[in-house]
Design a protein around this ligand. Structure first.
Ligand code: SF4
Length: 755
């Protein structure tokens, strides 16, 4: 089963009634985003209008997708929920743990050797619980989702921030943390703050060297990396309908780079063509029957200012090809002279050493075919590559078809490396250097989405610029950052001046898509007999043990760390090399809070162990308290836990015996994650009380036994000299969340309810 047509038909069958009811309560015409959101309310038909940017709403997503790095902890948690099967269609995609070095065949074999334990685990859990499994090499999660599962008007969540890519097929698709995915897998609702809406009207038409990538690079320039926060970006207008479905995917994909909740487009003929080309005639037929519900009401796009919180208009006919970067995706520069000046002023290396085409952002058949039309011209016009070129096809279906049609062969004639159908250089899985930290300053151009320092190759001195695949190809051939293919000539091997013609390509393969083995493994019907094997000596995987309830007596808890200033989920649970331990709670807990600055001494990972009086790292100190049967407390500043929705940032302190995190204020997702893990996430009623906390403090939670909604908790803070302060703590727990606390975690409660 590649996709679930019955599920899709069910979504469409309820659409008219639910959307009409929503229009009634909202009292005005609806955007596409609102139609999709209101059609996916957990409680069914809307009975009231929700306030954008304010109300928290329970939704019922149609699908879930997980990638291999985040799926490990998500599935380990799901295994604790006591369910036989996932409650909604779910897939797992092995794409992040594959390094790019020699080329696809060698690299894939290497990944299968070094990560076989993780892949086997994910495959067996998928098989057991009814989850579709995409093997290593099958493709990048978001390209595979677009090709197989995305459908107009659907709602999905995925444990990866670029899940938003599926907006290219008219979905509301949102990246979430593993804990949220587990809730939905276990049959619970998924909560989201009702988003604000940004409308982007696309007029004019893309032509010549301008590509869908340039649209989102322009939007990033306008909105910056924070401009989309808390909003759905809805694209419309003649420029939108004239664009391919995969081009729309590129635009939605990089919505993550402007912080948007997600992005989407209304259903149109390009989507219908794509559905039919990817063997989903029945989805296209079903969508055609509810067409008017798969786009906004006509009045909305006619007068967008009245219906969106913000409206941007871009004339595609006036858009220039852009290069965004380095180090941030919103710093945009037009090709050519602008770049010459800017590079000089900023000391960016003008020589380009690599061009990389692919990633989930730009790895469609259309992308590869347009880039190959430039590569073919290099061959025809006698041009030699001045930089190296690497290609990551988005899926085996795209790779096989592009190979059949001679596209990959063109790149290979230019000595390009064809890497595995996987993330590779896009996520730092690129063995470019033996010692990246000391590697030289250089520039690269790629068609990926992110270009933060070290993102591609671990080298802090690599200046990465983001561009369309066709511009990436041209710049890699020219070897210069300031090359403008629309005006500049190159000297070929015969000493002649030559110019590139405009790129050409096919929206869809003229001979249709083809694939021999797409890399999909369907789960068995009855997974009860499937054994999930995790070696007790594994350093990468560890079965979870249910957390014991913290209980209604917390006395003599010790201060573990008083975090000073910014403390994001990265400070609490670092990424980078720790990625390999994402499936092993005890091992990854060795990074717990090691990035947080201790308010006493202003150092990181250096806190006082009150039992010995000595200073040590945070994880070691927490383990010492836990071994002594003593609970510990973390104190923090404002917006504690901002950043990603990484559940490890809550699970690690919980695992190490932290009973409570008390802060001036929380990032909301992290606060919820703490609640889900059965911990206390509390805020100072008087934020100046943060200053009362001293290095040797011990805490008594005076009235935790009567923990209840809307009632403050009292904390007795005992200082080293015996003096005491009594302070009040606020909390936002409702009764259901207090039940999580009482049971030890939300999953413990689900399991109990199942039993
Ligand atoms: Fe994330 Fe890059 Fe992989 Fe896309 S290709 S899923 S952005 S790592």
């Amino acid at each position: 089963m590649a996709f679930d047509i019955d599920m899709i038909k069910k979504v469409y069958s309820q659409m008219a009634e639910r959307v009409d009811a929503a229009r009634e309560v909202v009292g005005k015409p609806l955007t596409l985003s609102e139609k999709i959101l209101y059609n996916h309310l957990w409680d069914g038909k809307a009975t009231k209008a929700f306030t954008r940017g304010k109300d928290y709403v329970d939704f019922a997503p149609d699908r879930i997708a997980c990638q291999d790095a985040t799926a490990q902890m998500a599935l380990l948690q799901f295994m604790q929920a006591g369910k036989d099967k996932v409650a909604v269609p779910t897939t797992v995609h092995c794409d992040h743990l594959i390094q790019a070095k020699e080329g696809a065949a060698t690299d894939l074999k290497h990944a299968n050797d070094v990560s076989s334990e993780v892949f086997n685990f994910l495959e067996s859990v998928s098989n057991k619980y009814g989850i579709g499994f995409w093997k290593p090499g099958a493709g990048i999660i978001h390209q595979v989702v677009l090709e197989n599962y995305a459908f107009p008007g659907g709602m999905m969540i995925g444990t990866d921030s670029h899940t938003v890519n599926a907006g290219g097929l008219g979905m509301v698709a949102i990246g979430v943390g593993g804990a949220d995915a587990v809730d939905v897998m276990a049959g619970m609702a998924w909560e989201l703050k009702f988003p604000k809406l940004i409308g982007v009207k696309l007029t004019g038409e893309l032509s010549g060297w301008t590509a869908p990538k340039d649209v989102i690079l322009k939007v990033a320039e306008i909105l910056t990396v924070k401009g989309g926060t808390g909003a759905i970006v809805e694209y419309f207008g003649p420029g939108a309908t004239a664009m391919s479905c995969t081009g729309k995917g590129t635009i939605c994909n990089m919505g993550a780079e402007i912080g948007a909740t997600t992005s989407t487009f209304g259903y149109d003929e390009s989507m219908e063509r794509y559905l039919r080309a990817t063997d989903r005639e029945d989805v296209a037929d079903a969508a055609n029957k509810v067409k008017e519900y798969l786009t906004a009401d006509a009045e909305v796009y006619a007068n967008p200012e009245q219906y969106f919180d913000q409206v941007i208009e871009i004339n595609l006919s006036e858009l220039n090809p852009l290069l965004n970067g380095p180090f941030t995706p919103d710093l945009s520069t037009s090709v050519g002279n602008d770049m010459t000046e800017k590079a000089k002023a900023n000391d960016w290396p003008i020589q380009v050493e690599w061009g990389l085409i692919g990633s989930c952002t730009n790895s469609s058949y259309e992308d590869l075919s347009r880039a190959s039309s430039i590569a073919q011209q290099a061959l025809d016009k006698g041009l030699k590559m001045k930089a190296e070129l690497g290609i990551n096809p988005g899926s085996e279906k795209v790779r096989y078809t592009a190979d059949r049609d001679g596209i990959l062969g063109i790149f290979e004639k230019l000595d390009a490396k064809i890497f595995t159908n996987a993330c590779g250089p896009c996520i730092g899985q690129w063995a470019r250097y033996s010692d990246p930290k000391n590697a030289p300053k250089n520039s690269i151009v790629h068609s990926f989405n992110r270009n933060f320092a070290k993102r591609a190759d671990g080298n802090p001195n690599t200046h990465a610029f983001v561009a369309s695949p066709e511009l990436t190809a041209a710049i890699a051939i020219a070897g210069r950052l300031d090359f403008n293919p629309m005006t500049d000539k190159l000297i070929n091997e015969d000493g002649q001046e030559v110019m590139f013609d405009e790129p050409r390509g096919w929206e869809l393969p003229p001979k249709g898509f083809e694939v021999k083995d797409n890399g999909y493994l369907a789960p068995v019907e009855d997974g009860s007999g499937v054994e999930v094997v995790v070696s007790p000596t594994s350093e990468r995987l560890q079965l979870l043990t249910p957390f014991e309830p913290i209980g209604n007596e917390i006395k003599g808890a010790k201060l573990l760390i008083k975090a000073f200033g910014k403390c994001t989920t990265d400070h609490i649970s670092m990424a980078g090399p720790w990625l390999r331990f994402r499936g092993h709670l005890d091992n990854i807990s060795n990074n717990c809070l090691i990035g947080a600055v201790n308010a006493f001494g202003k150092k990181t990972n250096f806190v006082k162990n009150q039992l010995t009086g000595e200073f040590a790292g945070v994880p070691d100190t927490a383990r010492a308290y836990k071994a002594a049967g003593i609970k510990s407390v973390v104190v923090g500043d404002h917006n504690y836990g901002e950043g990603s929705s990484r559940e490890h940032a809550a699970m690690e302190p919980r695992h190490l015996g932290v009973a409570a995190v008390i802060v001036k204020s929380f990032a909301r997702i992290h606060e919820t994650n703490l609640k889900k893990q059965g911990m206390l996430g509390l805020t100072f009623a008087n934020e100046n009380d943060y200053d009362l906390i001293q290095e040797d403090d011990t805490f008594n939670f005076v009235d935790i036994a009567s923990f209840s909604p809307d009632k403050q908790l009292t904390l007795e803070v005992v200082h080293a000299d015996g003096s005491k302060d009594t302070i009040m703590l606020n909390h936002t727990y409702n009764q259901a969340q207090i039940d999580w606390y009482n049971e030890g975690s939300a999953l413990n409660l689900i399991k109990k309810q199942n039993a």
